[in-house]
Design a binder for this molecule. Structure first.
Ligand code: HAS
Length: 574
């Protein structure tokens, strides 16, 4: 792209970033295959016994962990390792960057072994009393620690940049990536406590039981900000790159900074909206978290208008007239500008993802949809919408620039996001309609819902599970096309020197940003809000009367630890 700064890449940084992109893409081949099995099973095309040697929950765990946790975390670190030094005009300190990358890889391999060996079929939420092999938890902890090291490695760069550029605004790309990792760091402290204090000692047999409500509260303290950790790198691309790809400028740099700060403020204190149906959480806590959930939707609503204004400005620069001409004048199918397709398709999907999120957040409506297939419908319109497509697009950009290889099969590359868009809309329609008719989110009794022998036999869901399957097949085809583009490019000959370059946008006008220039007040306000929102939750959990449970494996229904059952039997014996 013309006028975009191109910088040479050190060989160490080049190898690291390519590794951090390629490893999760390779694992994703398994993750996508496991997703295809789910839709075929729901529609009754295959039975659970036909999961290619995997057990149902094992395949579902693989699908969620690889696609939603491993791919996203590696991507965010690789993207930050490339973007933060580039935007600051500095080079990445390599020693700690490698320590971070190796820690993440070792952790991922440990967790992958546990899942593939059938010793960690606990899904990506790893709720106790489902129990996994200790290596699964240790691997997850290492993945997190590795990502922290990457973040800590950028901080000295930023501090030096501030010293050398007094009075200048921090580049917006750096604000976006720091917001991502501030949210991630705070959120992962809770899950680190859950894993280190509750789950690892329990899975090693050092403790006999685990406090389930406490573990769930700690998980959701992490689990909701996790979704903004996924979303924020995509927002960084929308604000800092999409306006330029659309031929225009960012409509308001100040509003972009406000959005990032609001996401630091509101992303965390909302975990109870995943626990509306849990009796241990008081209605007061649920109400407070519900209000805060509506607050966290605000930065996304602001984003919708700011990005639309930037797109309109770009199209008018290229001659769009009248009220709606700017919509059709976007470079939807440009092969020179192929990343635009990934970002715009994700945004279109997110309109429906956002609406379904507001439904979930509303207590009364949540009671209708909770634990039904509506919820996977919602999250495929969010994490598998704007997030996945932005990450896929950027992974191709990083692959191409860091390897010095021209992107291959460009037309196919542009088709991928639109094919995915069609697939995910069809899939989510099936899942969400099915959910409204009571189709469960995840349950396995060995037989599909369309099998008359299944205790879950529901012929009226046939339409929904069939539509879901069609959507899932289209999504799989889109991913096969992506893998073709990725691997064909990776295996092609180098055509130029490796370089780092991003199409960073200019702002429409230079606005004073005041309190938005400094992270500190927002960070302090976020910590205060967390204390306000979580003090009553901790009190609720501590007051709960039924708190501990022995371990359980879904495909091995006898509790791993028999003590509670024995206790119940003994107390029943006269
Ligand atoms: Fe969510 C459950 C509420 C956003 C992911 N969510 C989940 C789960 C996941 C997930 C994975 O309140 C399941 C967890 C599990 O396993 O149990 N969610 C919300 C709300 C939002 C929201 C209020 N979710 C996300 C995002 C995710 C994500 C983002 C991933 C990245 N979610 C919930 C709730 C639950 C939940 C409850 C629990 C449900 C239950 O009972 O279990 C909001 O942040 C959404 C705000 C978004 C908007 C949309 C703005 C639109 C934009 C596009 C503009 C388009 C343009 C294009 C400009 C308001 C920015 C123009 C087009 C042209 C052609 C020019």
């Amino acid at each position: 792209m013309n006028g975009v700064l191109r910088l040479p890449v050190e060989p160490g940084a080049r190898r690291l970033i390519l590794l951090e992109i390629a490893l999760p893409v390779v694992l994703m081949v398994l993750g996508i295959y496991a997703g295809l099995l789910q839709v075929l099973f729901r529609a009754g095309v295959i039975q659970a016994a036909e999961f290619g040697g995997w057990e149902y929950y094992q395949a579902l765990t693989l699908h969620g962990v690889v696609n939603a946790v491993v791919f996203t975390t590696f991507f965010a670190v690789a993207f930050g390792n490339a973007l933060v030094p580039y935007a600051l005009g500095m080079t990445l300190p390599l020693r700690w960057a490698w320590v971070s990358g190796i820690t993440m890889i070792v952790g991922t391999l440990m967790a992958a072994w546990a899942i593939l060996a059938g010793k960690a079929s606990v899904l990506y939420t790893f709720y106790p009393p489902l129990m996994a092999h200790p290596l699964f938890y240790i691997g997850a902890a290492l993945l997190i620690v590795g990502s922290w090291i990457a973040f800590f490695n950028w901080i000295p760069l930023y501090v030096r940049w501030r010293r050398e550029h007094p009075g200048e605004k921090t580049p917006l790309a750096v604000v976006g990536m720091f917001a991502t990792f501030i949210v991630w760091f705070i959120a992962t402290i809770a899950v680190a406590i859950e894993v280190l204090v509750l789950l690892i000692p329990w899975s090693l047999g050092w403790t006999q039981e685990v406090n389930v409500p406490l573990a769930r509260m700690l998980f959701w303290f992490f689990g909701h900000p996790l979704v903004y950790f996924w979303l924020l790198p995509a927002y960084t691309m929308y604000y800092t790159m999409l306006p330029r790809l659309a031929g225009g400028k960012l409509y308001s740099d100040k509003v972009a900074r406000l959005v990032f700060m609001l996401l630091i403020l509101f992303s965390i204190p909302v975990g109870a909206h995943h626990q509306y149906t849990e009796p241990v959480v008081s209605s007061g806590s649920k109400l407070l978290h519900a209000f805060l959930t509506f607050a966290v939707a605000l930065p996304s609503l602001i984003t919708a208008f700011t990005i639309a204004a930037s797109l309109e400005y770009g199209a008018r620069q290229r001659g769009a007239q009248g009220l709606f001409d700017w919509i059709v004048k976007q470079p939807f199918f440009s092969t020179d500008n192929w990343m635009f397709a990934y970002l715009i398709a994700g945004l279109i999907i997110f309109i429906m993802g956002g609406i379904s999120g507001i439904v979930n957040a509303s207590y009364n409506m949540n009671l209708v949809v909770h634990n039904t297939s509506w919820i996977p419908g919602h999250f495929h319109l969010t994490v598998a919408g704007p997030v996945l497509l932005a990450f896929l697009g950027m992974s191709l950009h990083l692959l191409s620039t860091y390897s010095g290889k021209e992107l291959r099969l460009k037309r196919l590359a542009v088709a991928v996001p639109y094919l995915w868009l069609v697939g995910v809309f069809v899939f989510s329609w099936g899942m969400m309609r099915g959910g409204l008719h009571g189709e469960p989110r995840r349950s396995n009794l060995g037989l599909s819902y369309l099998n008359p022998d299944s205790p879950f036999y529901h012929p009226e869901w046939k339409l929904y599970v069939t539509v879901t399957m069609i959507g899932g097949i289209i999504m799989t085809i889109a991913m096969l096309a992506y893998f073709m583009v990725f691997f064909t490019t990776a295996l092609s000959k180098r055509s130029q020197e490796a370089q780092v370059t991003f199409p960073l946008s200019e702002a429409y006008h230079d606005e004073p940003a005041g309190a938005l220039l400094n992270f500190r007040p927002w960070l302090i306000a976020a910590l205060v809000l967390i204390v306000v929102a979580y003090t009553p939750m901790v009190r609720d959990v501590m007051r709960g009367t039924f708190s501990s449970a022995p371990g359980y494996e879904p495909h091995n229904p006898a509790p791993v630890n028999q003590s509670l059952e024995e206790e119940i039997e003994q107390s029943a014996t006269p």
